[in-house]
Design a binder for this molecule. Structure first.
Ligand code: ADP
Length: 487
């Protein structure tokens, strides 16, 4: 067969560690059986394909009547199996066939099956009777004297009679057909093994990358913990002297160290205001670091969200009135309780309402509205209709803090929950703040197994949607509906 690149690739088979070639791996046994059956039908000679390890892969050999006669006697059976094993073990010269004679007068033609210059099996044609054998040979009768010569003479001619030249031509033809079968079988085997090898390699790479990622993730978590601890320590250490600065500036401004007036009082009041701002920042940092390291202690109680919203709104009512922004709270009477820490939940809604007020100009409005909604249980996607139908629903209390202010562009909505992120990062920023409020809000809501997201408010403004699991599936004892308007 001529050399081509595909063959060269096949020659690399062993080089990529896929093991030595075996006839049984290269051929499809069913196809091989079909081929030997058709050879016998067309050329009248039985064919058997045997691998080097002695496995018969296909055979069209049936027991001929003369063989059945010989096999009736124990000595005959022994002689017959000796011939069969001789044929299977016969030493073969590369690329050359050989003929082996049976004591019955029949012959076997044995051809090596070679591939890539190595023998991987043999094709055995026979038994057949050469034309020269006209009588029952003595070798047959002498095997066992119980074999009836007349019966042997009657049965021997029923063996296919073929001349040596024809047998040789058939054998050569068989070897050429086998060569083609092996070639295509080898190609298929190589393709599938290469596929497996490449899958294995990809898998190995994937495992390596996953391990590296896991290690990086663990390291990241360690660093995160270190950072949180560092923040907690620093914040704590800063808070103590700052509280003193604040206390002393308050005393100075209050005239406890003698009367203060004019620029002196102004300066002390600035010190007081800035210290207050700094203290708030430090308290936020402390809060965030505790939330990040999971060291926040939280109470668990039935919280009436309507009351929490009213409290947050009344705290901000003076600011809203001063700014000329309408502030309102609405909650239905049958709103279920939320299981959580009332102080932390108050902090969440105070922060959201404070932001809403901060980013809403005069004559705008800020609404805090609560209602109960049913959402699919964890793991079910609300956007997939089939899942929603099958998924168990759970009751959530939804709080929407909406304003008519400057709004948050869609592409910024996920980022504003990151610590220190502010949409307006210019030095001339109109609104103050630290950029920590929302990251604390998100962590607090998640600590209550809830979610927080942002929507747009038409025609302008933002809506913060907080969902918290209801603590009781049924409605709590009836309280009045809340509908409060401030300013
Ligand atoms: P801070 O308000 O102290 O800057 P936050 O974490 O509370 O920090 O908010 C982060 C940023 O998100 C704000 O700087 C602002 O850009 C944006 N933001 C928050 N709430 C609103 C809102 N109601 N309307 C418009 N922008 C908002």
């Amino acid at each position: 067969m001529s050399h081509d690149p595909a063959r060269a690739a096949i020659a690399d088979f062993d080089a990529i560690g896929l093991g030595p070639l075996r006839l049984e791996d290269l051929v499809d046994r069913e196809a091989m059986r079909g081929m030997v059956a058709s050879f016998e039908k067309v050329f009248g000679v039985p064919v058997r394909i045997v691998s080097t390890s002695g496995v018969t892969l296909a055979s069209s050999v049936n027991e001929f009547p003369i063989c059945a006669l010989v096999n009736e006697e124990p000595a005959g059976r022994r002689a017959c199996s000796t011939v069969v094993s001789e044929v299977k073990r016969l030493r073969l010269v590369p690329q050359a066939g050989t003929t082996h004679a049976c004591f019955t007068g029949a012959r076997y033609r044995v051809m090596p099956i070679e591939y890539e210059r190595g023998a991987i099996g043999r094709a055995i044609l026979g038994p057949y009777l050469p034309p020269s054998v006209e009588e029952v040979p003595d070798t047959l009768l002498s095997v066992d004297d119980r074999i009836d010569p007349a019966r042997a003479a009657e049965l021997l001619p029923r063996m296919p009679r073929i001349d040596e030249r024809t047998v040789e031509q058939v054998a050569n033809h068989l070897v050429s057909v086998l060569d083609v079968i092996l070639w295509s079988g080898h190609k298929a085997l190589l393709t599938s093994k290469m596929h497996i090898a490449s899958m294995r390699e990809s898998y190995r790479e994937l495992v390596e990358k996953t391990t590296a990622l896991e290690e990086a993730y663990e390291r990241q978590q360690e660093l995160d913990k270190l950072k949180s601890n560092f923040l907690a320590t620093i914040s704590h250490e800063l808070r103590t002297p700052l509280t003193s600065i604040l206390g002393y500036s308050e005393m100075l401004a209050g005239g406890l160290a003698g009367p203060m007036a004019g620029p002196q009082l102004d300066f002390v009041q600035i010190i007081q205001a800035k210290s207050d701002q700094l203290l708030k920042l430090i308290m936020s940092l402390l809060d965030l670091s505790k939330l990040e390291s999971g060291t926040v202690m939280m109470r668990r109680a039935d919280v009436a969200i309507g009351a929490v919203l009213t409290e947050a709104a009344s705290t901000l009512a003076p600011t809203a009135a001063k700014k000329g922004v309408a502030l309102s709270v609405d909650a239905p009477a049958d709103l279920p309780f939320v299981l959580g820490d009332p102080e932390r939940l108050r902090q969440v809604f105070l922060n959201l309402a404070e932001n809403a007020l901060k980013f809403t100009p005069a004559s705008g409005s800020v609404h805090l509205v609560a209602r109960v909604v049913a959402t699919p249980q964890d793991g079910a996607d609300a956007d997939e209709p089939g899942l929603v139908l099958l998924a168990p629903l759970r009751q959530m209390v939804e709080i929407r803090v909406s304003d008519t202010g400057i709004g948050i562009p869609e592409e910024e909505r996920a980022k504003v929950f990151d610590p220190f992120y502010q949409v307006d990062q210019s030095p001339t920023r109109e609104h103050g703040g630290t950029g920590l409020g929302l990251s604390i809000v998100k962590r607090l809501v998640e600590a209550h197994h809830g979610t927080v997201s942002i929507e747009g408010n038409a025609p302008s403004g933002a809506v913060f949607v907080v969902r918290l699991p209801a603590s009781r599936p049924s409605a709590p004892p009836s309280r009045g509906a809340i509908s409060v308007r401030f300013a």
